[in-house]
Ligand binder design. Structure first.
Ligand SMILES: [Zn+2]
Length: 382
């Protein structure tokens, strides 16, 4: 945090405008100047982004970056209160800029009428102090998460569906990230979107205001932020619950940090091709490398014998030699895809059949084994 001397001063107009903040000892003039100094990136100017942007602008956050490539549609107005009827057909970032500038002309607004993607996300995230995730799809949610982890910026997250919502802060120092909670996206088509399943219009308002509250607390260093907690909101029962979230040491983003650049999220969320029942599915080395680079939570299992393992192996693999496979069954995870490999893919195919017979359903074989991997990528690092 910058010291008080580095913070921008408040104008007379701002002194008047923020009077109710200034008399709060926990905010005061120094806190208000911290807000003025802050740069917040809002991803999505929709249901969550609307209340978040309105309250952050009203609160005097000095710089708001708004990313949204979409246009205002009449069916948005039931919940996206940033936009008005006369804005239908306009870019959401343009409509948002006009409304926010009217609410608080002291705020510097930067509209980004682009789709956040793996090529622009890191640069945008790095240019801000923290990010508000107001996205409505899994691909962008993983993208925002990973960019925040890589850039070291907190990700103030919320999501909504029908009458329920959830919120948390990911990628804060020491705290978990979205991948710790959801290592893998749900199979495509399993979870309906709000467009398909509907949403009570006031619900994103509730959750977006929670996001704005957490942003202001983080910027001011106040209270207990939602780091390591998942807040669950049930609007019908009007019940708020919070669950403890732990960091997953095996998380490719914030744990092992094997995720070093942003992968192809459309491919990641599309999932692997379905396996034929009765036959063991295979990855080519290239497919496996792509899944690993995308941060898919795979367990690599080397079924060769110990002397072979000692010479060379894939990074992150565990050893379960075919000759003693039955002793390793209990220790193998059942909640993620197991990818078996040996030297050329024959022993691992046999091992895969044994695992299938033992009730493992998520078993894959590396086609061509380590030999083909090395032919395509060279020897793995020792
Ligand atoms: Zn994580």
């Amino acid at each position: 945090m910058p010291g008080p001397d580095d913070l921008p001063p408040l104008t007379e107009e701002e002194q008047l405008r923020y009077g109710r903040h200034l008399i709060l000892p926990e905010v005061g003039e120094e806190g208000q100047r911290r807000l003025k100094q802050a740069r917040v990136l809002l991803v999505g100017a929709g249901g969550l982004g609307s209340p978040a942007a309105l309250y952050l602008a009203a609160a005097g956050v000095g710089h708001l970056g708004l990313v949204d490539f979409d246009e205002v549609d009449r069916s948005n107005l039931q919940r996206q209160v940033l936009h008005g009827t006369r804005d239908v057909g306009r870019l959401k970032v343009d409509s948002a800029r006009d409304r926010l500038a009217d609410l608080n002309p002291n705020v510097h607004l930067e509209p980004w009428p682009v789709r956040l993607d793996r090529h622009n996300a890191l640069e945008l995230v790095r240019a801000h102090d923290l990010v508000v995730d107001g996205t409505d799809n899994f691909a962008t949610r993983y993208l925002v998460n990973d960019a925040c982890v890589l850039a070291g910026r907190p990700n103030v997250y919320a999501s909504i569906f029908r009458f329920e919502g959830q919120a948390s802060i990911f990628a804060a120092p020491g705290g978990p990230c979205y991948r710790c909670l959801h290592p893998e996206p749900p199979p495509p088509g399993l979870v309906p979107s709000c467009a398909e399943g509907g949403v009570l219009g006031v619900l994103p308002g509730l959750l977006g205001v929670i996001q704005a509250t957490e942003v202001i607390k983080l910027l001011l260093g106040l209270g207990e932020p939602l780091v390591g907690r998942l807040l669950l909101v049930d609007a019908l029962a009007m019940r708020f619950q919070s669950l403890k979230l732990r960091r997953d040491p095996a998380c490719p983003a914030c744990g092992t940090r094997t995720l070093r650049e942003l992968p192809d999220y459309e491919a990641f969320c599309a999932g692997p091709a379905a396996a034929d029942p009765g036959e063991v599915a295979e990855y080519t080395p290239r497919e496996l490398a792509a899944r690993l680079a995308a941060g898919a939570p795979l367990a690599l299992v080397d079924v060769r014998e110990r002397p072979e393992w000692a010479v060379v192996r894939l990074p992150g693999a565990r050893l379960a030699p075919l000759s003693e496979l039955d002793q390793h069954l209990a220790g193998l995870p059942r909640d993620r895809d197991l990818v078996l490999y040996c030297k050329v893919g024959q022993r691992s195919a046999a091992a895969a059949q044994i695992l299938r017979a033992a009730g493992f359903t998520r078993v894959w074989n590396l086609a061509g084994g380590l030999a083909r991997w090395i032919a395509e990528f060279g020897p793995p690092p020792a």
